[in-house]
Ligand binder design. Structure first.
Ligand code: 6CS
Ligand code: FE
Length: 300
């Protein structure tokens, strides 16, 4: 298939224009959306949308219990799905929870979420990737700047920008405890990065991403387009939806307040994975769902 978004093919970074819509349902149908026109405008313009108090306090408590139970039961487990920090045994992420855990399967299928995501992507959807990210107090480490789409395109063969990432805040997000930072408007550009992708890059990149992290000039250029850097703070139970190509990252956490979230990626069923554009081998199912891709039908 033609590569509309080449990256990691040579040593020169380049900024390309986005070639896909941001909202995949025609804007004349805004009145059928489960969110307001202002929220759709904001998502389309900025490449992300935060909705505060999306989940009830009971749901937040249930999800918090769920992530800590999984953390406890995974502590001594050797599994590729359990990602440790590079310099310690501390758990950084647990992958594929939308499938492996009954409770998180229900969360992924939540009708309130699907109504929004179906509208944004203009089709039925499935989960491309899911993970819990733990950023413990005093020691949680950073995620360097990246576009998720860049990795999913190069390493997983996701053809077009027709996915949306959902981060459910399971701790209060302050400006200082390593929250998500996003560059508003960056979803409209694609930073074609330098470098070449070795097979099994994921074994290192999930601890600390190196390839697909843009050069400093490109990052400065994106932020200088006018958007600067946004940090959606707020209580646990808020959600942030961000477009697959929105440039984002987060700092380490040296504060006494942990910062944990549940992260799920919805991809359009019309944007199914092909062979990785790197030409290399496919990443495993727990990072990039292929065989298990099931259209989500919703649970109320
Ligand atoms: O590899 C992935 O699919 C995801 N993980 C990282 C660290 N960066 C890109 C993407 O978000
Ligand atoms: Fe990311």
């Amino acid at each position: 298939m033609e590569d509309l978004y080449p990256s990691r093919q040579n040593n020169k970074p380049e900024i390309l224009k986005r070639k896909d819509p941001v909202i995949h349902t025609d804007r004349s149908k805004d009145n059928q959306a489960p969110i307001s026109k202002e929220q759709l405008d904001s998502y389309e313009r900025n490449g992300f949308l935060q909705i505060e108090n999306f989940f009830s306090s009971q749901e937040v408590t249930d999800m918090q219990n769920g992530i800590f139970e999984l953390q406890d039961s995974s502590r001594d487990v050797t599994s590729e799905k359990v990602i440790r920090e590079p310099q310690s045994e501390e758990i950084r992420s647990i992958f594929h929870v939308h499938n492996d855990d009954n409770y998180f399967q229900k969360v992924a299928n939540d009708q309130r979420l699907l109504d929004i995501v179906n509208h944004l992507l203009g089709s039925d959807v499935y989960i491309h990737q899911s993970r819990i990210n733990y950023k413990p107090e005093f020691s949680g480490k950073e995620f360097d700047w990246h576009s998720d789409f860049e990795t999913w395109h190069v390493e997983d063969g996701m053809p077009r920008m027709r996915g949306v990432s959902l981060s459910i805040a399971l701790s209060d997000n302050y400006t200082f405890n390593g929250p998500l930072m996003l560059i508003p408007g960056s979803h409209n550009y694609y930073v074609s990065c330098a470098g070449e992708t070795p097979d099994d890059n994921y074994k290192g990149s999930l601890q600390k991403q190196k390839l697909g992290v843009p050069d400093h000039d490109s990052l400065r250029w994106l932020a200088d387009q006018g958007g600067g850097i946004s940090v959606p703070t707020g209580k646990a139970g808020s959600i942030t939806l961000f477009e697959s190509n929105t440039m984002h990252g987060s700092s380490g956490n040296i504060t006494p307040y942990s910062r944990n979230n549940l992260f799920m990626v919805y991809n359009s069923v019309e944007n199914a994975l092909v062979r990785p554009y790197s030409g290399g081998k496919e990443r495993p199912e727990f990072i990039a769902v292929r065989e298990g891709a099931a259209t989500l039908s919703g649970i109320r």
